[in-house]
Unconditional design. Structure first.
Ligand code: BES
Ligand code: ZN
Ligand code: ZN
Length: 501
């Protein structure tokens, strides 16, 4: 992807593309608009439309070989003009990628000269298009001895528009974010035995160097000395030692200005521990470090996009395994802020490691803390594959994350965090316990646990357990890890960086 060329031009003639793609609205497929669109297909589109064989319904796609210099043409339906949105642009990017690939195109031009983007700004359009395009291009094939090769490589994407500056900027932003989301997908998809905490720490160092971030990796002895009893307890059953990774991005001249702290759950494999999970679909638990992956990728994006903000990423990395040395139900751990917790189920381990990281984060005097985690199966039951659960203590922070979610189409849905839920996690023998009431409000209980560790700092919790695993390909989603949260958190940081007017 690095050698892929992105360009913005005012006319197709200025490019060397042999393949052109356009979008057409269902309700603007007549008169002059149809003439213009049809001219790109050598007049063939008009014939199809007149015969009623093509109507421009959402993502209805038709391809033509023409006698023009751009001999391959792809026409993609956009549905109704009034429904146009950045998300349609994102899906359009994915469709354009798929169309160009199946057409064996080398250079693709997508023209927006004929489409009315409505209230989607040009830069947002090209960013979303570029995100969809590069996310759809993702393949996890590093373990395949024979790669799926079709002989022709798509090497260039040009967008044709009269505002090439905005379009160019959006294209690069989109590619930057999508490439990092694809990196996160790679880390998550990699089998757990090849991605223990130590390997993830190496990756953090490598990416830290590339993106100019300051990385510190705390080893097991230091984690213990700092008093992170939760990280130690969860990691005890594995021969892979835990790591606590701190990533710093300084986007403000004043390095001491209050940062935003991002915390990501980094369970490299969640077998459940002594409270062992059933074996069905246990392999997906190699993805239980998706939160940490989102945090690392987001800080890289913040740096690449030069966001004017200071941010710190905290990633507690462990493997949750059953073993003679593993923690046992009934054990009591002491967290970083000295609160004690009774472990009644070793499979509710995410909150136990996050608690230490949040309490550590709260000592950095941050403006806000956001954590992201594949925390509860209950989240998938409540919201399915469509939304990230959001809970927190600051209405202002929650609003910003909600709007970032709508813009990036990593949509969030708020659940309540009323004090009545605190009762669910009261323990007989310690300050709190790590599970609530059977079958009741599992996602909220997880957040209620975390709330004990953020002091009075504005805080939001994102549960991505429902969205981080795709069961099939669809537009820019690819079967396997989604790399959820990268677009959302990057946009949220950008909003938090915006100066108040
Ligand atoms: N990692 C899981 C949550 C999960 C489940 C993520 C499915 C993605 C898909 C988490 O550690 C877990 O096991 N949670 C338990 C908590 C319970 C024991 C209170 C759960 O959700 O069942
Ligand atoms: Zn678990
Ligand atoms: Zn887990």
């Amino acid at each position: 992807m690095d050698e892929f060329e992105l360009i913005a031009k005012k006319s197709v003639e200025e490019t060397q593309c042999e393949c052109i793609a356009i979008g057409v609205f269902e309700d603007a497929l007549s008169g002059n608009a149809l003439e213009v669109a049809s001219s790109m297909t050598g007049g063939r589109l008009k014939k199809l439309v007149e015969r009623g064989e093509y109507r421009g319904k959402e993502f209805e796609t038709v391809t033509f070989y023409t006698d023009l210099k751009q001999e391959k043409a792809i026409v993609i339906g956009l549905g109704k003009e009034k429904n146009f949105s950045a998300e349609i642009a994102r899906k359009l990017g994915a469709m354009a990628w798929r169309g160009a690939k199946s057409f064996k195109a080398k250079k693709l031009a997508f023209s927006i000269l004929n489409i009315n983007l409505g209230n989607v700004p040009k830069e947002s359009f090209s960013q979303a298009f570029s995100e969809g395009f590069f996310l759809a291009a993702y393949r996890f094939d590093k373990y395949k001895t024979k790669k799926q090769e079709d002989g022709v490589e798509l090497k260039q994407l040009a967008i044709i528009s009269d505002s090439i500056e905005e379009i160019g900027k959006g294209l690069v932003r989109g590619k930057t974010i999508a490439a990092l989301q694809n990196n996160a997908r790679d880390w998550i998809n990699t089998p757990a035995s090849d991605m223990p905490p130590s390997k993830f720490a190496e990756i953090a160092k490598e990416f830290g160097k590339k993106y100019n971030l300051k990385i510190t990796v705390f080893e097991k002895e230091e984690i213990e000395r700092m008093g992170m009893g939760g990280v130690i307890a969860v990691g005890k059953g594995s021969i892979q030692p835990p790591k606590f990774i701190v990533v710093k991005y300084q986007g403000l001249k004043d390095g001491s200005a209050a940062p935003i702290v991002l915390v990501g759950k980094g369970v490299c494999f969640d077998s459940g521990g002594i409270s062992l999970k059933p074996s069905e679909a246990m392999e997906t638990m190699k993805g239980d470090m998706a939160g940490a992956c989102a945090v690392l990728a987001t800080l890289c994006a913040a740096s690449a996009l030069k966001l004017e903000i200071n941010a710190v990423g905290l990633m507690p990395m462990v493997e949750n395994m059953p073993d003679g040395n593993a923690q046992k139900p009934g054990d009591i751990v002491t967290h970083f802020n000295k609160k004690t917790s009774e472990i009644l189920n070793t499979d509710a381990e995410g909150r136990v490691i996050l608690a230490d990281a949040l309490a550590y984060g709260a000592t950095l005097n941050p403006k806000a803390i956001i954590d992201i985690a594949t925390l509860t199966g209950a989240c998938r039951i409540a919201l399915g594959n469509e939304a990230i659960a959001l809970l927190g203590t600051s209405a202002e922070l929650i609003e910003k994350i909600k709007s970032a979610g709508n813009e990036t189409f990593e949509r969030v849905w708020e659940l309540p965090l009323w004090k009545e839920y605190d009762e669910y996690i009261k323990s007989d023998v310690a300050d709190i316990k790590n599970i609530g009431r059977k079958g009741q409000a599992g996602t909220i209980t997880g957040a209620a646990y975390l709330k004990h560790f953020v002091s009075d700092i504005p805080w939001a919790h994102l549960d991505i357990a429902g969205v981080d695993w795709n069961d099939s390909d669809a537009f820019y989603k690819i079967k396997g890890a989604e790399g959820a949260g990268v677009r959302l958190l990057t946009r949220a940081l950008e909003k938090l960086a915006e100066k108040k007017k």
